[in-house]
Each structure stands twice: as C-alpha cells, then as structure tokens.
Write a protein that binds this ligand. Structure first.
Ligand SMILES: [Cu+2]
Length: 187
C-alpha cells in the first residue's frame, strides 16, 4: 500500500513534500531534544515563562489591572478567601509531529494550580478552568497570556516579588512532564 501510494505521487508533489520537510527540520527553535524523533510524538519547548507579582493583586488595584483583560480585578477579589493568587504565562511550542495537550501543572508554590482561560462573556471578562486541556498542535505554539490561557496559582505560599523565580511542572496528555522555571515580573 505504502509503496504504491508513493509511486503515484507526481514528481512535483514529491518535491513539495521534501521542501516542507526540510523547512520543518531547520525551524529556528532548537532548544529541545535531538531531532531523532521521526516517530509520532510531541516535542515540547517552553519559552518566556513568567508570573505576576502577588503584591498588586492583594492590594486590589482593580483600576489598572482592568486593562489587563479584567483578570487582575477577579484575582483581587478572589484573594480575600483563598489567599494570594497569581497567574503564570508562557509560550508553549511543539516542534514534534504529533499534537499534545497541556492538561495540568503542579508545583509547591501554591495550594492549588489550575489551567484557566479568560474569556469575554456577556461583555464581562470571566475565567474558568480548562478541564479538557489546551491543545498544542504539532509544529505550532500556544501563547498563555493575560486575557487568555493561563496557569492559575491559588493560595500562593510566599510573596512573589519582581525577579523571584519558582518552579512548575507542566503535565501533558502524552504523559510528558516538563519542568519550567517561572520568573516573576510586571505584566
Ligand atoms: Cu485564572
């Protein structure tokens, strides 16, 4: 079957496929495992992981945080009952040839860590847990950013100041686990 299929490809189609393959192979992101993975699997690369300081949110600075997609205000109001909250953001790339999903994250920085999405609903920004995970398509990337997907840190155990770092472990549907160092900075 496979051989028959290949011989039916026109020379032009074959050349195009070869070009696409070589374009993928030379994509400018090489901060991951060696490219010996010709089988179907995801190869996850995480870039620019950062989190909000806890200070501004605990102070309930809703006026300026409102510009960040309404997220800060909600975090501010949540902090009363759950302790300090923060959110982590990052770019997750998949340089492999199978899609994957970010399902959850763990770490000892917070009592509870959830994958969330902020959405506009009836003119208001609301956020909710993303139980089905976030798809990271093969050869693509997903940006976790204020006003969109984020990793919610609920009940942060220590004050997060600009310049601090902490660790999270991202867990994917494939079973892969990715340790990430997160740097605290202003949005
Ligand atoms: Cu959230």
């Amino acid at each position: 079957m496979k051989f028959a299929f290949i011989t039916r490809l026109s020379a032009a189609a074959f050349a195009t496929a070869a070009l696409l393959l070589s374009a993928c192979a030379t994509a400018p992101t090489t901060n991951s495992a060696p490219a010996n993975a010709s089988r179907n699997e995801s190869i996850i690369v995480v870039k620019d992981a950062w989190a909000r300081p806890t200070m501004g949110q605990v102070m309930g600075n809703q006026g300026s945080m409102g510009n960040m997609g309404g997220h800060g205000g909600m975090h501010g109001s949540m902090s009363g009952s759950t302790g300090p909250v923060s959110a982590a953001y990052m770019t997750i790339e998949n340089t492999g040839n199978a899609s994957d999903r970010l399902m959850s994250a763990t770490g000892d920085i917070a009592e509870k860590i959830e994958v969330h999405e902020t959405k506009s609903k009836d003119g208001m920004m609301v956020m909710q847990e993303v139980k089905e995970g976030i798809e990271i398509p093969a050869g693509g990337s997903v940006l976790l950013k204020p006003g969109g997907y984020h990793i919610m840190l609920i009940g942060v155990k220590r004050e997060l100041n600009v310049g601090d770092t902490f660790k999270l472990t991202l867990k994917f549907q494939s079973g892969k686990e990715m340790p990430v160092e997160v740097t605290v900075r202003e949005p």
